[in-house]
Design a protein around this ligand. Sequence first.
Ligand SMILES: [Zn+2]
Length: 162
Amino acid sequence: MASSSYSNSPCAACKFLRRKCLPDCVFAPYFPPEEPQKFANVHKIFGASNVSKLLNEVPPNQREDAVNSLAYEAEARMKDPVYGCAGAISVLQRQVIRLQKELDATNADLIRYACGEMPAPQFGRRPGHGGGGGGGFNQNSGFYYSSPWSNGDDNGRGEGSM
Ligand SMILES: [Zn+2]
């Protein structure tokens, strides 16, 4: 065992739980004493015994990734008790969809412009882009939605087709 790297100060988990940090402590490699908040968050959201059980079920070479994932999810859950990290994922997914639509429309404009079918491009609006124009530039007002799951007709992809 790498007892030389083992310091006397308990890991963040054992310090938090006020127990003796033994050399085979399952938390010690992933919760160093310098990062007390990391364990505090994970413990508050998942519970220390659940984290301990989970770590024991995961192969040692994947434990660090598991802990990083738990820490990320716990921090997101603290910031957003309702959606947690799923809220951030949902917002980013919608952002990707919106930007993809915007890119498709801009590429279509570029092709029309290159073919001489339309006058000089005017940024901020797209003349000649028919249809209701429900999506696109009008929705750039903000990245954050009050409720990430309230899928309106925002996901409709019909607008970009020619
Ligand atoms: Zn420990």
